[in-house]
Design a protein around this ligand. Structure first.
Ligand code: PAF
Length: 281
């Protein structure tokens, strides 16, 4: 496995693959990798000839009071894990490499579907994601790109951007990887105290209850209210609990497939999760 830290070095490493028309699979990450990321890499490995993983903590997608400075940087450990799952090239550029040089005057903003859910709580976040993902897509020029369904709204934003801008890339959403107790894996789980870690799976339990209640015919509004009550009883501070169609349109009745989204804080740590429930006639 090679590690490249410059755009030039990465292009040189990929030039042979490009000229021999090998398929390139790309997994963008911010590092501090866990099984969820490794499952994205495994998917890429199954589908593509060459697998590139980027590790870059992207400053422009963090708000002023968010955890950019404290976000865990664990490149050595990440590289070891990536070698074990068959990654070919790690691209780990510096902030200077990605944003140095002339000042950036171009923004990329996907409207409508970024207005609520995490978009409402984190102004500018999805613009920052869209900019860095576009830059990385242009640098890596992958055939396939892999994103986790845990960040469902991010996945929807990337799919929309790729379609709107005719980017020649197939975006693949990979199902959420969970711990045995149901907690969705996330780099931010590392911020939880032991006690909070015991409580955190209550989010997934509430989502599974919601799925059962919907299938039993309970009204969507009541199901959402039950999730909120469950989370508050477990000591969470709720950012949002919302139901949307899979395309992120609002929905007030369970008369089509629905995705229920949760963002909630345990202490200072903000956790997100979602569950998709299929509507069967
Ligand atoms: O999901 C992430 O880790 C980041 O938002 C991404 C896609 C790597 C862009 O920085």
């Amino acid at each position: 496995m090679k590690t490249e830290t410059t755009i030039q070095g990465l292009s040189a490493s990929l030039s042979k693959a490009r000229s021999s028309r090998k398929t390139i699979g790309f997994v963008p990450t911010m590092g501090n990798l866990h099984e969820g990321h490794l499952n994205l890499v495994r998917e890429a490995r199954n589908l593509c000839d060459v697998v590139v993983v980027s590790i870059f903590v992207n400053p422009i997608q963090f708000g002023p009071n968010e955890d950019f400075d404290s976000y865990p940087r664990t490149l050595d450990q990440d590289s070891q894990l990536l070698a074990e799952v068959g990654c070919d090239i790690v691209f780990a550029p510096s902030v200077e490499q990605m944003y140095g040089g002339q000042s950036r005057l171009t923004n990329i903003s996907v409207s409508d579907i970024t207005n609520d859910l995490c978009g409402a709580q984190r102004p500018g976040h999805f613009d920052g994601v869209a900019v860095i993902v576009t830059k990385l897509f242009n640098i890596v020029q992958p055939n396939f790109a892999f994103f986790g369904q845990k960040d469902y709204q991010q996945l929807a934003v990337i799919k929309q951007m790729v379609a709107d801008l005719n980017m020649p890339i197939e975006v693949i959403g990979v199902p959420i990887t969970r711990a045995e107790d149901g907690l969705a894996l996330s780099s931010r789980n590392g911020y939880l105290s032991d006690e909070q870690r015991q409580t955190a799976p209550a989010i997934y339990k509430a989502l599974k209850n919601a799925e059962a209640e919907l299938k039993a015919g309970q009204a969507l509004a009541d199901v959402i209210a039950n999730i909120k009550a469950d989370l508050v009883a477990n000591g969470f501070e709720i950012d949002y609990v919302e139901a949307r169609t899979p395309m992120l349109q609002t929905i007030d009745q369970f008369d089509q497939d629905v995705v229920i989204f949760v963002a909630a804080k345990l202490g200072k740590t903000r956790l997100i999760d979602n569950i998709q429930v299929a509507f069967v006639v």
